[in-house]
Design a protein around this ligand. Structure first.
Ligand code: FAD
Length: 464
């Protein structure tokens, strides 16, 4: 048996981003546009993470409950570029009324647009490559080891950005973390999204308008739902509650969820059904993740059969291939220099080092019941994300972006969504580039310079 080959010379960059989901892409773009030489590492053969590899959509939300836009910058630029190519409708009303807006996008076009932007910014991209190990001295990541078809490669950098969603790099560098919910470690369930084509959305819309009692209209109620449904170019709905409950009582469905949730994509009649729910498994444990894939696929088969049989407008629906990976909502949260709590979100607590804003509610898919627990923000509420929540306590040249920053289970249930993940990514990317340029720990980057660079890049930050 021979060991994996090792490349003789380590690669060297100013900033290395591990994880090519939307937070990692935003970080890589922001760092490169701020002047750094950047490598982006991704285990799949395309960028976009949850939005392209786990079938997630639409993006929600760029706005707060009152409809004020709180995420701009690179995230909004991606949408404008997709719109210009007919691959997104931009921000439209959320007809479930859960948020003020949703942003449907074409996931294949998103891959292409992200690749175009990364190429324009001269980011080097390494696909089909996994993080294998990290070597850390007391206060620095010295190098990481990557694994791919060529064997093992060592990569050095001034600053490393962990955008793996699961905090893989931080964990391998010895950064302490909390898994899931404090106390019992329970994480939000995984969901395998189901993509269907040939749905008669006009019939679905007509049914929802005629039978509002069969749908959930939180927080604004059925009247507001009707108003939005009558105008919105695409539909999002949470419901079919009656038939779903009856099918479960007959034993046809064993999904631990109390309704069907689905979103129409920019392509009319193509919908993402975000309904399966796999609880009690750890997505960072390869065996448990493998079990989750099989459970999710079997649940999706039940959901597909239910929709074809029982849901108006779905009788001729066609199932598309499942995504390469089941959707993972929550695993590790790093222990950082600041722990964001639910109170911070609800009170819109201001910070001196805010790098991103969010306006999405606290949306907890229960780890242990069929329900979804939501805490809505104040009408014009927008919460702040401080740079310190991206920074481990000890390691000075590492920062974390996306859904695994230092936040409680509850707070993370708000800021985990893709627009906010991108805003955090952009903040982290600029901070990484500045730290690399000045050759200082990320925490020592002068905040005024970081803030003005972010504003130059179009980020939306509190006015102060
Ligand atoms: C089922 C589900 C439904 C959701 N619904 C919505 C929704 O409707 N709207 C919304 O806006 N958000 C939604 N979200 C949340 C949102 O999709 C994600 O939280 C957000 O996109 C996170 O982005 P990220 O870049 O932090 O992580 P990810 O998207 O998880 O990206 C991480 C990337 O890192 C790569 N990676 C991971 N580990 C390694 C490694 N060791 N080596 C190399 N590469 C690695 C992965 O392949 C991936 O590309 C949903 C999430 C799920 C799971």
């Amino acid at each position: 048996m021979s060991a994996l080959p090792r490349s003789p010379e380590p690669l060297s960059y100013e900033v290395v981003v591990v994880g090519g989901g939307v937070s990692g892409c935003a970080a890589a773009l922001a760092a490169a546009r701020a002047g750094a030489r950047v490598l982006l590492v991704e285990e799949h053969g395309f960028p976009g993470g949850s939005l392209t590899a786990m079938g997630v959509g639409p993006m929600m939300s760029f706005h707060n409950p009152s409809g004020r836009q709180v995420v701009g910058g690179i995230a909004d630029e991606i949408i404008r570029r997709l719109q210009a190519r007919g691959a997104s409708l931009g921000h439209i009303a959320d007809t479930t009324t859960y948020c003020s807006t949703v942003t449907p996008f074409d996931s294949e076009e998103l891959k292409i647009e992200l690749e175009t932007m990364l190429a324009e910014a001269r980011v080097d991209v390494l696909y089909h490559t996994q993080l294998a190990a990290a070597s850390a001295a007391e206060d620095r990541v010295v190098a990481i080891t990557l694994c791919n078809k060529a064997g093992l490669t060592e990569v050095r950098a001034e600053v490393f950005v962990d955008a793996t969603g699961d905090g893989d790099l931080a964990a391998r560098a010895g950064v302490p973390f909390v898994f899931g919910r404090a106390g019992d470690g329970a994480a939000q369930p995984m969901t395998m999204n189901l993509k269907l084509a040939n749905v008669d959305t006009a019939a679905v819309r007509a049914y929802a308008l005629a039978h509002p009692e069969d749908f959930l209209w939180h927080p604004h109620g059925a009247e507001e739902g009707r108003r939005r449904l009558e105008r919105s170019p695409r539909i999002s709905l949470a419901g079919f509650v009656g038939a779903w409950r009856a099918a479960k009582a007959r034993g046809e469905i064993d999904v631990p969820r109390d309704h069907v949730l689905f979103f129409e994509t920019p392509v009319e009649g193509v919908v993402v059904v975000n309904t399966s729910r796999v609880t009690g498994l750890d997505a960072t444990d390869p065996l448990q993740l493998s079990r989750a894939e099989a459970i999710g696929r079997r649940q999706c088969q039940q959901i597909f059969q239910f929709l074809r049989r029982e849901a108006p407008g779905f009788a001729a629906a066609v199932r598309m291939d499942s995504s390469p990976k089941i959707g993972v909502r929550e695993t590790r949260h790093i222990v950082g220099r600041y722990l964001i709590t639910a109170d911070d979100l609800v009170a819109a607590r201001p910070f001196a080092d805010t790098i991103a804003l969010g306006g999405y509610p606290i949306d907890i898919h229960s780890p242990s019941s069929e329900t979804t627990l939501t805490t809505y923000l104040q009408a014009d509420g927008a919460y702040e994300i401080p740079l310190r929540s991206l920074l481990p306590e000890k390691i000075g040249n590492l920062l974390v972006v996306g859904r695994c920053i230092s936040a409680t289970h509850e707070a993370s249930a708000g800021l985990r969504v893709s627009p906010i993940a991108m805003a955090i990514g952009q903040g982290g990317g600029v901070a990484a580039a500045e730290a690399a340029r000045l050759r200082v720990p990320v925490a020592a980057v002068p905040f005024a310079a970081l803030r003005s660079r972010l504003l130059e890049q179009g980020a939306i930050l509190p006015a102060r």
